[in-house]
Structure formats: structure tokens, C-alpha cells
Design a protein around this ligand. Structure first.
Ligand code: AMP
Ligand code: MG
Length: 367
């Protein structure tokens, strides 16, 4: 299959007539059961018609994703929610009014219209309304309901630019809409509204604190920052390895000076043994690292920057064929919780705490 790449200037807020026509064609591809990758404010999505079981099957095949790992259905108009969920609860309506369009996914009981192929066999459906103008136009042209996981091969870091979508999906899908780089860089927050109190299954840009200002108490799934607990995860995808770079990643936690020392000592040893070593650091410590590739996520004071750059740095290390990676560690509150959740998964939970202990070397269930 030839994969067509179509450039959309800017974020698509004002579309030229050629761009509008390209989006219309992309919508046609979706309606006919094809697959189109598109930019969102979080990461690039791999879209198919959410109400067509054949499209969902194609999404799993293109990603190499296990079919019990459900897809998120993307909508563009508030009034479209009612057709795919059994009931729009008061909480759901309140969250939609407050955070949509935006990086929040809600789990709700599914309506009959949603095929089990889309929900990974579940009676619930995940729904989100993205804010990215290109995504919104595509969803409308595509019939209103677009199932879209991140547009990467299963297990790899989610793509934050079209270049990385092409790398993983060339020849596997019909079209890629190139709308530049995402603003947020991490996948949406997922909140389960079928339980009381509502529970965060995946942390993201919409933090627990933000949800609590609207809903009161909100729980957080225990497995978010832990290695596999042996419990069946509530969000099925959480049991799979995610976001992993090709090199072996270890996170180092501790006082700043000790972290840089530890990394430099180990990087030097690794290089002697023939490894190509990468360091994921921050502006504050960057000049002190000695390794083959040293990359900054931005300033420690700027969590948005850290979130935005994490996946692209993991991909750049792959491009540079880095075989060992050390990363600094981050706060686990607010947006930091989402950052650490992704970083820990990327590292298979390999975290070294510098006070003499080695913690939590437990592995995710790998596929
Ligand atoms: P991705 O499409 O890669 O951003 O991942 C979507 C994730 O949403 C899945 O891996 C699940 O963790 C979660 N998810 C989707 N649908 C449901 C659902 N019905 N119930 C619980 N979690 C869901
Ligand atoms: Mg994904």
C-alpha cells in the first residue's frame, strides 16, 4: 500500500481550499474503511471509523497491537457523545463542558452502536474530543467517530511528529496528515466514570488536581507508578510494555550532584565496553554530563517542556543507535505524574535510587 503524506500548514486553524479538500478526501478514506494518521494536541493518532469493526481490525494489524487493548473513540461535536454511550451521566457532562475539547478521555458504558472490535471486547467505551483543528475537521469529514490509538508500532514511543509516524506506518496505512509537532507530547488523561469515585487510569496533562476541582474526590489507579503488581489492570493497555526506546533505559533518582556523578561513572564504564550511551537530562545539569549523546528535556521548572520532548528524545536516541540510556528522575505530582508514568514504562521500571538502595526492578508484562 502507498502511504500518502499531506502537509497542513500551521495547526490548520485557517485551511487553504487545497487543505480543506485534502481533509475531505482523508474523511472519505475513513468512511470507506481506510486508515489515516493525523495530528492531535497530544500525539499523532492512527484513525479508522470507530463504528466499523473492519476498520478497528485494520488498526490493530497496522500497529501490531494486541486486540484486547481497546481504542479511544474521537468525536468533534458534543451532540455526538450520546450516540455511542448508554447514558451521559452528570459527571460526564460536567467534565465534557470543562475539559473538552482537550486531552481528557472518559470511560463510559458503551451503546450498541460501538462494535466490540473497537472496545477490545469491553462493555465500556473510551471517548475524547481533541482540540487540534486538523483532528476536528477530519473527524467531521470522516463521519463523526474516529477510533485512534497513537500512530506508532505497538511498544514504541508515541509519535509527536509526522516523521515518526511515517517511520512506523509507511506502507501500512492510506494517509498521513502532517500538521507539525504536538503541543503536549503525552497521551490524554484517562478517567473511568463507571466507578465511584471516578478513577484515573492513565495520568496526563489534565491532572488529578484539575479533575478534583470539578468532581470532588478522584482516585488514581495503583499501578500508575508501579511495576506490574500481578493485579489485572483496569485499563487493559496498561499491562503492555509501552513507549520503549531500543536502548536499555535506567532512571536515576537522588540528589542532583549524585545523579550526575553516577551517570558519568556508569556512562564511562559502558562506553569502554562498547555501548553507545545517551543521557536524558535537563538544562540545569546538561553541561556536566559526559556521554555519546546528551539531550535536554528543557528546564526542570518547565514541566510542559519535559512532557513535550520526552518521546522525541527517545526516538532520536533510536535514530542515533544509542544502546544504553540514563535519565534523570522527576516529581510525581501534577503533570510530573504523567511524565514519570511514561518514563517508568519506557524503562521497564528500572529505577535506581541513590541512597544505597536499588528499587523496583520488577518488569512489566512484556509482549
Ligand atoms: P492509546 O490508544 O495507545 O492512547 O491507548 C488507549 C488506552 O485507553 C488503552 O490502552 C486502554 O488503557 C485505555 N482504554 C481504552 N478504552 C478503554 C475502556 N473501555 N476501558 C478502560 N480503558 C480503556
Ligand atoms: Mg499508544
Amino acid at each position: 500500500m502507498d502511504t500518502r503524506v499531506i502537509m497542513i500548514q500551521g495547526r490548520g486553524e485557517t485551511l487553504s481550499s487545497e487543505e480543506e479538500q485534502a481533509l475531505q478526501e482523508a474523511g472519505e478514506v475513513l468512511r470507506r474503511g481506510g486508515l489515516v494518521a493525523f495530528p492531535t494536541e497530544t500525539v499523532y493518532g492512527l484513525g479508522g471509523d470507530a463504528l466499523n469493526p473492519e476498520s478497528s481490525r485494520k488498526i490493530y494489524a497496522a500497529k501490531g497491537r494486541p486486540s484486547d487493548n481497546p481504542l479511544i473513540v474521537h468525536i468533534a461535536r458534543m451532540e455526538d457523545l450520546a450516540a455511542i454511550v448508554r447514558q451521559v451521566s452528570g459527571e460526564a457532562a460536567l467534565l465534557a463542558r470543562t475539559f473538552w475539547p482537550g486531552p481528557l478521555t472518559m470511560i463510559l458504558p458503551k451503546a450498541e452502536s460501538v462494535p466490540y472490535e473497537t472496545t477490545g471486547g469491553l462493555e465500556t467505551v473510551a471517548v475524547r474530543m481533541p482540540s487540534h483543528p486538523v483532528a476536528r475537521r477530519l473527524i467531521v469529514w470522516g463521519g463523526g467517530y474516529v477510533a485512534a490509538p497513537s500512530a506508532n508500532l505497538s511498544g514504541r514511543p508515541s509519535p509527536t511528529s509526522a516523521k515518526y509516524v511515517l517511520e512506523d506506518m509507511n506502507g501500512r496505512i492510506d494517509m498521513i496528515l502532517d500538521g507539525g509537532e504536538g503541543d503536549i507530547g503525552l497521551e490524554s488523561t484517562i478517567v473511568d466514570l463507571t466507578v465511584s469515585p471516578p478513577q484515573i487510569l492513565r495520568p496526563g496533562y489534565i491532572t488529578r488536581e484539575m479533575l478534583e476541582t470539578v468532581l470532588g474526590q478522584v482516585g488514581v489507579d495503583q499501578t500508575i507508578l508501579q511495576a506490574d503488581s500481578g493485579q489485572a489492570p483496569r485499563a487493559p493497555g496498561m499491562k503492555y510494555r509501552h513507549y520503549a526506546p531500543k536502548g536499555e533505559l535506567t532512571i536515576i533518582s537522588g540528589p542532583a550532584g549524585q545523579v550526575t556523578n553516577y551517570i558519568n561513572i556508569h556512562a564511562a564504564e559502558d562506553r569502554k565496553q562498547g555501548y553507545k550511551v545517551g543521557v536524558i537530562g535537563t538544562d540545569e545539569a546538561l553541561a556536566q554530563y559526559r556521554a555519546d549523546v546528551v539531550s535536554s528535556l528543557g528546564s526542570r521548572r518547565d514541566e510542559d517542556s519535559i512532557a513535550r520532548h520526552l518521546y522525541s528524545i527517545l526516538r532520536e536516541f533510536d535514530d542515533a543507535q544509542v544502546t544504553r540510556i540514563y535519565s534523570e528522575c522527576f516529581e510525581t505530582t501534577g503533570l510530573g505524574q504523567a511524565i514519570m508514568n511514561r518514563l517508568l514504562k519506557a524503562a521497564g521500571h528500572k529505577l535506581i535510587v541513590l541512597d544505597g538502595t536499588v528499587s523496583s526492578a520488577g518488569q512489566d508484562n512484556r509482549v
